[in-house]
Design a binder for this molecule. Structure first.
Ligand code: FES
Ligand code: MG
Length: 581
């Protein structure tokens, strides 16, 4: 299909011979533009999530210039538009509180302005799903241009990764194994260049998934941020989006259920972040595609972790790039993909990955040599995800076995319950804390409503008392999330969350908890009648948010198994185009 000039959406603003059309053209010319520059051409918005407080996106103003060159040379007209910048580490209480905010902003920017297509420029954890959710709801041609991962780094000859090693070294520092000067030195060493985390954290998980779903150019999400090829990729995005506008290649043509399942297969082979279990249902909900936690569990049983990156393995994103990146990985798992899925290239996924192969089987493993060797008594150990159900999580919970301790994946232990993150932090290093290696640490009121925003509190710290005994992992449970760069036997996203009265709210210190990964169950060994008695005493925690965005968020947000989107933003129902007058 090739659109005619009159069919360009921007023509509604610029082509009419009336006072409104006059004003639109006049105001463009006010900026020194000639009529010919923007009239009768695809007008491309570059949604740029750069900010000085988003180090992962520090280079995106430069990349926007490369995208502009590409758009201009392809006959379009580029306009750079700032969109909410969600620097994962800086934004408090959690960027997750603002993912839907960004999605709304992106959607409404597209709707309210004379844009024919958009390049979505970002990559830090929540930015990718936020931008894609907005573009999916607006449904004009959209291409995702990933920020790219930061460079590798080494410390004492060993690969060190953002997030993963911060955690490892913090544990060492907290028990005196690392000196203070060394600790301060690490601050400057561990993230040595702009770009997203160089481990297989949430950023690289989400950008790779979006490429596998067909919304980013082949190979683009594996390019290091600081590689010259990354700038050329941005230029290519500018070229490609103009063609996508003429071809009317909108998200709704790309984002089928099979495209989502391609994303899920990639996630599992990557050993990607548990956060994808929240973002994928949210993105699918915008496309009108049914995608559930069960779909993830089914795929996880079929596709083992093949990407040897932290936190499941021991390499970094730059190594993944050298080994062939995502196209090479997708080639490895092609039997699990819908190769006929249409992508942003105008070609199928199968055509995009044709001829790609792993050049390093240590990094991108063959199917018969996955990252974690599984034994017959714990086949789950090599999986990127397991979805649990039980009387503690009737609507589901998730765990990442490949980043957990296999011996703990079947475990019964006594609960030690904290009602808030602050309470937990104040108590966890108390030398008298009643805890041993069999204890199950529990944090509640950390879910979408309770957090609010479902912060990454789920990787509860190992009590210092246990670290000193050499214990590095125990079972932990919460209705929170965990950073994709982290590791440990952490059951996350317990749904429904405690703040809305999920069974987690009824748990008491001393209760026996049973985790059985093979059965995919998580239960508290307390009778139904006892739980019913406790429910009579339960009161929802008082919320201090009486106004503003957080209040809107708490009223609108869905539970983790549904993706934590807003009720009024879900669904593929079309919003009418705005009147021009
Ligand atoms: Fe931005 Fe990790 S903090 S990707
Ligand atoms: Mg992260």
């Amino acid at each position: 299909m090739h659109k005619k000039i009159q069919e360009l959406r921007s023509q509604r603003w610029f082509a009419s011979d009336d006072i409104r059309g006059f004003a639109h053209r006049q105001r463009m010319q006010q900026q020194g533009l000639a009529r010919e520059e923007f009239m009768g051409r695809p007008v491309i918005g570059i949604l740029n999530t750069w900010s000085d407080l988003s180090p992962c996106h520090a280079h995106l103003r430069d990349r926007a210039q490369a995208i502009k060159r590409g758009v201009l040379q392809a006959g379009g007209y580029p306009l750079e538009l700032p969109a909410m910048s969600l620097g994962e580490v800086m934004v408090k209480p959690t960027t997750m509180l603002y993912r839907n905010f960004l999605a709304m902003e992106a959607e409404e920017l597209m709707r309210s302005l004379p844009l024919d297509g958009v390049v979505l420029l970002g990559g830090c954890d929540k930015t990718t799903p936020g931008l894609v959710m907005g573009a999916t709801s607006m449904d004009i041609p959209a291409l995702f241009c990933p920020a790219g991962a930061m460079l590798n780094d080494r410390y004492q000859g060993q690969a060190v990764g953002a997030g993963t090693h911060t955690k490892k070294y913090w544990e060492q520092y907290s028990i005196g194994n690392i000196s203070q000067p060394e600790w301060i030195g690490l601050e400057a060493r561990m993230t040595r260049a702009p770009g997203t985390c160089n481990t297989m954290g949430t950023a690289s998980t989400m950008t790779s998934i979006v490429e596998a779903m067909g919304l980013a150019l082949p190979g683009s999400t594996s390019l290091p941020a600081m590689d010259a090829a990354h700038t050329r990729m941005a230029w290519a995005c500018g070229q490609r989006i103009v063609a996508m506008v003429w071809d009317d290649l909108r998200p709704s043509r790309i984002l089928t259920r099979n495209a989502f399942l391609n994303g899920v297969a990639a996630w599992m082979a990557l050993g990607g972040s548990t956060n994808a279990a929240v973002h994928l249902p949210a993105m699918a909900g915008r496309a009108g595609v049914a995608l559930t936690l069960d779909d993830f569990d089914i795929m996880a049983r079929q596709v083992p972790v093949l990407t040897n990156l932290f936190p499941s393995g021991n390499k970094l994103m730059e190594d993944f790039y050298y080994a062939g990146g995502l196209p090479a990985l997708l080639q490895r798992i092609r039997a699990h993909l819908s190769l006929d899925a249409l992508t942003c290239t105008g070609d199928t996924l199968g055509a995009n990955i044709e001829g790609h192969a792993s050049s390093d089987d240590e990094v991108i493993r063959p199917l018969d040599n996955p990252v974690i060797a599984t034994t017959s008594d714990c086949p789950e150990a090599g999986m990127a995800l397991a979805v649990l159900h039980g009387n503690l999580c009737p609507d589901g919970a998730v765990i990442k076995p490949s980043a957990a301790t296999p011996a703990l994946l079947r475990h019964t232990g006594r609960a030690l319950v904290f009602d808030s993150n602050a309470e937990m932090l104040a108590a966890v290093n108390d030398p008298d804390l009643d805890v041993d290696e069999n204890t199950v640490l529990v944090l509640r009121n950390g879910g979408p409503v309770g957090g609010p925003g479902m912060p990454e509190w789920g990787n509860l710290p190992i009590p210092k008392k246990l670290l000193k005994q050499g214990i590095r992992d125990i079972v932990r449970l919460s209705d929170s999330r965990m950073s994709g760069t982290h590791y440990g036997t952490c059951v996350l996203h317990i749904s429904p969350e405690s703040a809305v009265g999920g069974p987690l709210a009824l748990l008491q210190t001393g209760d026996q908890i049973r985790l059985d990964i093979s059965a995919r169950t998580l239960d508290v060994l307390v009778s139904d009648s006892e739980l019913a008695e406790r429910r009579k005493q339960w009161r929802a925690p008082e919320q201090p948010y009486k106004r503003g965005f957080t209040r809107i968020y708490q009223h609108e947000v869905t539970q983790a198994n549904h993706g934590c989107d807003f009720v009024s933003l879900e669904g593929a129902e079309k919003t009418p185009e705005p009147p021009i007058y």
